[in-house]
Design a protein around this ligand. Structure first.
Ligand code: TGC
Ligand code: FAD
Length: 388
């Protein structure tokens, strides 16, 4: 297969800064050399390539769009390009970086005390401490406002009771940002591995995101000290504003999975001979490739514009919802189309197609399902909320 050099039909390259190009090219090369050779094996085994974590830390990718405390302070476009290149490797890599940066470091950075920021962020940026984000519960996914996990004041600290489910990196995390109701108000707490009454068993049996660790968080009379509450936020807007950060990363990441599938499809279509001709010479196959390029290009323009708006503080949560919903939707369709173009070979792990396709099924569900984002937009359009 010809080496991957990116997909840039509208020459977005010319609008990138030097820093953004370097970030993209560094992560592209790193993914090519370090992720693609090992990812199928990890996917089949259901393991995450933990050996890559210190390297990701060394490249400064954890929390790279945050400022200070050891974070790289990249632009949001540079961060997006990082997500795109990681997810061309596998959604598990982008998930790991999203959960660490947007869902674990961001809440400490945005809502934590100075002591909490100094204690956790530099080691998290370096990949020495791993975080996870516990919002979803067994009975509350799309409606986290109805969560049942509770916190109560207990002497100088708090005691937490409840269960979280579907938590990326839970089992391997050193700390969990756990959202729980204290006196009826949602608050964020930092629970550390080893805290009394806390465990994080791994969930098994996934057909998607197999190279990512997914866990339950069990809190049974879990006692934590008083300085582990996030002091500067209360209410659902705390976790929801973290989700806006992570959803933004997915807007770009989904394009990485899509371009991986597109690149493989173009190469396959040029080399696979059927009826004595390359299948790429048939109009129906060209139609599919043209559709893929069209949707990737539209998705890139959307992601780029959103990133520049985010840098100026002008990206609303609804704009992020539209991007997440659109780019994951087209990536999933591109993966299915790519599977078709590869024929029977499309189901083999010699090609990245089935892996991306199965991963994108999760990406479409997590961080707000496709239809939850439709409803968020419906509310913005009409002023009427239709969630309940
Ligand atoms: P609603 O009344 O709309 O809002 C409550 C408060 O929050 C504010 N707000 C936001 N703030 C920042 N960013 C957003 N995206 C926000 N959306 C809402 C809002 O202004 C309000 O503030 P205030 O000051 O008035 O209190 O809340 P609702 O209860 O009606 O719920 C809305 C709904 C359904 C859209 C929301 O609950 C939702 O987004 N549900 C989806 C849940 C979800 O996305 N879960 C994701 C879990 S984490 C995950 O999946 C990680 S996967 C990671 C990986 O591996 O990559
Ligand atoms: P449900 O909410 O039960 O939804 C089921 C279906 O009903 C969907 O089609 C949905 O669109 C539809 N639906 C629900 N409500 C409405 C409505 N009002 N109107 C119309 N349709 C509706 N969570 C975390 O907190 N942290 C994590 O790190 C994390 N990682 C994850 C990793 C993976 C691999 C997966 C698969 C999930 C992860 N999640 C995580 C959980 C994820 O955010 C939830 O799965 C997601 O929010 C949807 O919740 P649910 O699965 O309970 O689906």
């Amino acid at each position: 297969m010809a080496p991957y050099t990116g997909v840039d039909f509208y020459n977005l390259e010319q609008h990138l800064t030097e820093e953004e190009r370097i970030a993209r090219d560094t992560v592209r090369d790193w993914t090519e050399e370090n992720v693609l050779p090992v990812i199928e094996e990890h996917y089949m085994a259901g393991t995450f390539p933990m050996g890559l974590v210190p390297q990701i830390g060394k490249m400064g990718l954890f929390g790279c769009n945050l400022e200070g405390y050891g974070c790289a302070g990249f632009s949001n476009v540079a961060y997006g390009l990082v997500c795109q290149e990681l997810e061309r490797g596998d959604s598990a890599l982008r998930s790991f970086v999203s959960v660490q940066g947007s869902l674990s470091m961001y809440p400490i950075h945005a809502f934590g005390s100075e002591d909490q920021k100094k204690k956790y962020l530099p080691d998290m940026a370096a990949g020495k401490l791993i975080g996870c984000f516990g919002l979803t519960e067994p009975d509350h996914g799309s409606d986290p406002g109805r969560m049942e996990t509770k916190a109560a004041a207990d002497g100088d600290g708090y005691v937490l009771n409840g269960a979280k489910m579907w938590i990326t990196n839970g089992t391997i995390a050193d700390l969990a940002i756990v959202w729980a109701k204290l006196d009826g108000k949602i608050r964020g707490f930092i629970v550390e591995k080893g805290d009394d009454g806390f465990s994080a068993p791994e969930m098994k049996g996934k057909h998607s995101l197999r190279a990512s660790i997914t866990s339950e968080l069990v809190l049974q009379d879990c006692h934590i000290p008083g300085d582990r509450i996030l002091p500067n936020v209360s209410g659902l807007k705390g976790p929801l504003s973290c989700l806006t950060q992570a959803r933004y990363g997915i807007v770009w990441g989904a394009l990485g999975a899509a371009t991986g599938c597109y690149h493989s499809s173009v190469e396959y279509a040029k080399s696979r001979i059927m009826f004595d001709k390359p299948i790429g010479s048939f109009q129906l196959v060209q139609n599919k490739l043209a559709w893929m390029l069209r949707e990737i290009t539209k998705g890139q323009l959307l992601a780029y514009h959103l990133g520049r708006a985010k840098d100026k503080g002008e990206a609303s949560p609804e704009m992020v919802s539209l991007g997440k919903m659109n780019n994951v939707d087209v990536a999933l369709r591109i993966a299915r189309m790519a599977r078709d173009i590869h024929g029977a070979n499309g189901i083999l792990n010699e090609y990245p197609i089935m892996r991306h396709m199965a991963n994108l099924e999760s990406v479409s569900t997590y961080e707000g399902t496709h239809d939850i984002h439709n409803l968020i937009l419906g509310k913005w359009i009409t002023g009427i909320q239709a969630f309940e």
